[in-house]
Design a protein around this ligand. Sequence first.
Ligand SMILES: [Zn+2]
Ligand SMILES: [Zn+2]
Length: 170
Amino acid sequence: METPGKPSDKILCEGCGTFIEVLDEALLLELHETTDKHMVTSPCVDTHGQYTLPPVFLHLECWEELENAMAKRAEDTPKRPAKHLAYFCNICEGEIDKDSPFSVISYGSIVVSKRTPNGKAEHEFKPGQSSRIACADCLMSVVDEYLPGWDELHQLIEEPEEDEDESNEN
Ligand SMILES: [Zn+2]
Ligand SMILES: [Zn+2]
């Protein structure tokens, strides 16, 4: 089935760098934080309301590769106990502190939206029912290799084993 007109704004997969086609299973990865006492979470934003890290999309297969890599590395990484336990990581089962950012993974698919005012069909992510969370330690273990767009995560998360060398190179 072809859609009338040329779909614009195709969505790129952060993992393999190719477009995610319509009806492909995909997921949205966002950095969240716990924002109040009731453990409500929302995407991390800076003082200007901009995303701290840009939300990224991935093919389901590309994510599974990443998740396998995280799970493998988690076996060799000692878990840090949370001071104020908020959640458990769905990857390593480690504790997530309420003051620590973590990622929310929303599963869904790519659909063509018909409601743009200029008549152009646009691709958009449609979240499904399920979502999971991954702790910052799990993300950090794969960010260099799989998520180049999220390399600033290193500056956001305290790494206890390493010296806190905060050089701004931007
Ligand atoms: Zn991909
Ligand atoms: Zn984890």
